[in-house]
Design a protein around this ligand. Structure first.
Ligand code: PEP
Ligand code: MN
Length: 340
């Protein structure tokens, strides 16, 4: 349920509503807006009695949120969320953001070389895994802490903002200290303790859709993060498991529209993991931008044949340059705005 405060409600009246919510055994989360504050009631198992809240000073109305997710929903927060990092804005039809870099941080030399190339191509954010969630325990698991140090160096030398994955609650703290955006991978989308821990950090989180998760499950996972107080969540469609086996996963582009219909959170697309092959990455990226994605996260490697993970789907830097130019062009045409 949402308690909507009057435009001129005072801080004391908002605090009183919060206190009454706590006294009733629930939790109140204030959502400040441009004109008025709303207080979202969470923690209730069933229906909440609305009259006691309607009677409080400064309350304009009480609305029921019909969706199982509350904080993620447009019903609670009608304005689109925009995530800001320096001069980069993600969400609400801003220029699509491009996050690029290798699947894994393999060495300082490899990582810096790719970072310089993607920066020249126009990327503002750099991706690279230091902790890798691999299907096989015998595959390269990432450089761990040493990888994070390399990413810090990438940031200090190039100014690129860093995106890297936390794979468990233990490494989340380390990742939080070294990165600008924390990635939660597809295999961890329903790791609820990790989601809660990510919700307690101050860094934006990219939450990737689980391999076989529905949109509602993705949004409920985002709700775990937001319920802990972190409002900076970016969703990511990265392909799902279907019977179709011509690509590694099936890129579900309609997810962009389904998410935007019900949620204020930005959604970006990862064409690399969906396709599993580099020659599909540029066409799928075009389609994602045309469908209204708020950005892309793509894998790039200067020597894909020698990559320790996901070489087959990694773009060569020259291909990345072309992709970035195409995205710029599509954005100039305003394709995604026409589709709104
Ligand atoms: C990755 O980004 O390298 C990765 C492992 O992604 P996903 O969690 O989508 O498989
Ligand atoms: Mn990868």
């Amino acid at each position: 349920m949402l308690v909507i405060m009057k435009n001129d409600a005072t801080e004391a009246q908002i605090a009183n509503v919060m206190k009454e919510i706590t006294n009733a055994g629930y939790r109140g989360i204030p959502i400040p807006g441009d004109h008025r504050t709303a207080v979202c009631i969470v923690g209730n198992q069933g229906m909440v009695e609305e009259n006691p809240f309607l009677a409080l000073e400064g309350v304009k109305e009480v609305l029921r949120v019909t969706k199982p997710y509350k904080l993620v929903s447009r019903e609670t927060c009608p304005e689109p969320t925009v995530i800001r990092l320096g001069d980069v804005e993600i969400g609400n039809g801003c220029k699509p953001v491009i996050i690029a870099g290798p699947c894994s941080v393999e060495s300082e030399e490899q990582t810096l070389r790719i970072a310089r190339r993607v920066k020249e191509g126009g990327a503002k954010l750099f991706r690279g895994g230091a902790f890798k969630p691999r299907t096989s325990p015998y595959s390269f698991q990432g450089l761990g802490k040493a990888g994070l140090k390399i990413l810090e160096k990438v940031h200090s030398e190039t100014g690129l903002f860093i995106v890297t994955e936390a794979t468990d609650s233990e490494n989340l703290k380390l990742v939080e200290d070294s990165t600008d955006i924390i990635q939660i991978g597809a295999r961890n989308m329903q790791n609820y303790s990790l989601l809660r821990r990510a919700g307690q950090t101050k860094k934006p989180v990219i939450l990737k859709r689980g391999l076989s998760a529905t949109i509602e499950e993705l949004l409920m996972a985002a709700e775990y993060i937001m319920a802990e107080g972190n409002t900076q969540v970016i969703l990511c469609e990265r392909g799902i498991r279907t019977f179709s086996d011509n690509t590694r996963f099936t890129l579900d582009l309609s997810a962009i529209l389904s998410v935007k219909a019900v949620s204020h959170l930005p959604i970006i697309v990862d064409p690399s993991h969906a396709a599993g092959r580099r020659d599909y990455v540029i066409p799928l990226s075009r389609a994602a931008i045309a469908a209204g994605a708020d950005g892309l996260i793509v894998e790039v490697h200067s020597d894909p044949a020698a990559a320790l993970s996901d070489g087959a789907q990694s773009l060569y830097p020259e291909q990345f340059n072309r992709l970035a130019k195409e995205v710029e062009y599509l954005n100039m045409l305003g394709v995604e705005k026409c589709l709104k």
